[in-house]
Ligand binder design. Structure first.
Ligand code: SF4
Length: 362
């Protein structure tokens, strides 16, 4: 067997078809590959009669972010998270906000080499409480993400997946077994949107939400990016929030965030702040306890309130924390109702800043 190309590893989520093509079984796209072909994500491909991952140990860059930027509002608030991604993606969203990385087919985008142990050491030395697999979807580089998560757990650093949840059951189970928290991007609540705008399907994403909430201990939050006239109607938001309340219960936080024109969708306006507030009100009416408005200045929509007594528990202005109303056990300081999530006795003090990092330069 010839040596594998640098940065590549053999993978196991694939099988051979009767016509001798090999099908990748990582995501519902199920790319069917001839020798030498890459999948749609471009980071997996067939070589030497097997499917390789070409981006093990390579990253498109590192940043320290506030955990609220992932966004996670109920997971170690105020703490710094070392964020990184690779290249490629298994969806083709026309509005992609990270398209320079997710659509990259140039492996030189992946200039930073990072072995899992180096990454865990860096996170530890930089004071990060967690590492986030983000910017592009980590399910396409799950073998690398799992190795990083293992190295991080050995140093008591947690792992956060930022994903669209478009993944098949077996790799999903293996990947999320190593994650402590996830933000799943629920892009819309119609198959039409997923098919026409993202080149994917809604049903597998809903399966991932059900799986995470009911069959794992992964702390789950959801993001819903609202695009004017595409996925922001009252009817669609009411249907989505009713489904979430019925199937996931009232305690999974949801972040309604604002679209800005990008990539192949530049003909739509920015999402008005009023749309985010409308979505938050619909979620509250549906019985969801922790709906947030995201990436806007909106202290009411960005803050956490006790669902029992209404007390302000965590004040936020964008990524800046203010008043802290939880006791040392993560309960409401006024009525002692527990707040769902992962909290420490006191909040972190990282603040709203974002700090790029060269992994080998400190
Ligand atoms: S992970 Fe990549 S290669 Fe595999 S099915 Fe999905 S898009 Fe295709």
């Amino acid at each position: 067997m010839p040596a594998l190309p640098e940065g590549s590893i053999a993978t196991r989520y694939w099988h051979r078809l009767e016509d001798d093509r090999i099908q990748c079984d990582v995501c519902p796209r199920r790319c069917k590959l001839h020798e030498g072909q890459r999948g749609l994500c471009f980071v997996r491909g067939r070589e030497n009669d097997q499917v390789l991952l070409y981006t093990w140990g390579r990253s498109s860059g590192f940043c320290i972010d506030p955990i609220e930027k992932k966004p996670l509002n109920h997971f170690l608030p105020g703490t710094p998270v070392l964020s990184f991604g690779t290249a490629g993606c298994n969806l083709a969203c026309k509005f992609c906000q990270n398209w320079d990385m997710s659509k990259s087919r140039e492996m030189d985008t992946l200039m930073d080499q990072a072995r899992p142990e180096e990454l865990a050491d860096a996170a530890h030395r930089l004071g990060c409480r967690s590492v986030a697999y983000t910017y592009n979807d980590p399910v396409i580089f799950l073998e690398y993400a799992i190795d990083v998560a293992r190295a991080c757990h050995a140093k008591d650093i947690k792992s956060v997946a930022v994903s669209a949840g478009y993944v098949c059951p077996e790799p999903r189970r293996d990947f999320f077994a190593h994650m402590d928290a996830a933000n799943i991007d629920l892009k819309a609540f119609t198959e039409r949107f997923y098919k026409k705008i993202c080149g994917g399907e809604l049903a597998p994403v809903l399966d991932t939400l059900l799986y995470l909430h009911h069959e794992t201990d992964v702390w789950l939050e959801i993001t819903n990016l609202l695009i004017p006239d595409e996925n922001d109607s009252d009817e669609e938001l009411e249907a989505m929030c009713a489904w979430l309340a019925q199937h996931l219960g009232p305690d999974v936080p949801i972040h309604f965030s604002a679209f800005h024109p990008d990539w192949k969708m530049r003909d739509k306006p920015h999402t008005p702040a009023a749309t985010l507030t409308r979505a938050r009100n619909i979620a509250l009416q549906a019985g969801l306890r922790y709906p947030y408005t995201g990436n806007v200045h909106d202290e009411k929509g960005g803050s956490t309130f006790c669902h029992q007594c209404g007390a302000l528990l965590i004040e936020r202005d964008w990524y800046q924390l203010g008043h802290w109303g939880l006791d040392s056990k993560g309960r409401c300081g006024q009525c002692a109702t527990p707040l769902p999530g992962i909290f420490e006795a006191t909040p972190g003090t990282w603040g709203p800043r974002r700090q790029p990092v060269r992994l080998h330069a400190f």
